[in-house]
Ligand binder design. Structure first.
Ligand code: IMP
Ligand code: MG
Length: 180
């Protein structure tokens, strides 16, 4: 069914079926590569939909935590300075699985790996829904990424532009005239 937000999407790059399949594959990877006593950390807000679907697909039991990170404001470009919210849980001695929506410049993942390492995490792994490798500005990568994408602004399945479009069930390219 059409909704008003659909009109701002130029192209669908992954529909619901494709996303389900991609999430299943990521879950198999996580089952195999995460140790026991893993704490899965959802990076809010973008990863929320991916996080819930991924953890339901995994068979490995994990603990669940949430952390808010802001790097964009209402812009479509990163500020280059991600701000981590308050950590309400301990990572000391625990295996951490960071669940992120998209690795773009890499600043967010770099900041998270550094922070969790400094707080004494036993291990830190990153699973991302999307990898925008062409936009990387620091040499970091996810341990697993479901889909590689190009330099386009994407929305839906949790990803927003100025807090809109998150609830679209698919992943699409936002029409450039919306953010230019
Ligand atoms: P990075 O720090 O530049 O790697 O950016 C990571 C964060 O930027 C992601 O967690 C997203 O929240 C946001 N982001 C990057 N690219 C997009 C996009 O195409 N659409 C929506 N959000 C994006
Ligand atoms: Mg994010």
């Amino acid at each position: 069914m059409k909704c008003r937000e659909d009109e701002d999407v130029a192209q669908i790059i992954a529909d619901e079926k494709a996303l389900r399949l991609a999430v299943k594959k990521a879950a198999r990877w996580a089952d195999k590569n995460c140790g026991s006593e893993t704490v899965a950390v959802c990076i809010l807000k973008g990863a929320a939909f991916f996080f819930c679907d991924l953890l339901r697909e995994m068979t490995l039991p994990v603990q669940v935590e949430f952390l808010s990170v802001k790097s964009y404001g209402d812009s479509f470009k990163t500020s280059g300075n991600p701000r981590l919210g308050d950590l309400s849980f301990s990572v000391e001695g625990r295996n951490v699985l960071i669940v992120e929506d998209i690795v773009d410049s890499g600043y967010t993942i770099q900041a998270l790996r550094t922070a969790f390492g400094a707080l004494g995490a036993a291990s830190v792994k990153v699973v991302a829904l999307l990898d925008k490798a062409v936009c990387r500005r620091v040499p970091v990568q996810a341990d697993y990424a479901c889909l590689e994408v190009g330099d386009e602004f994407l929305v839906g399945y949790g990803l927003d532009y100025a807090q809109r479009y998150r609830t679209l069930p698919y992943l699409g390219v936002l029409k450039p005239e919306i953010y230019r």
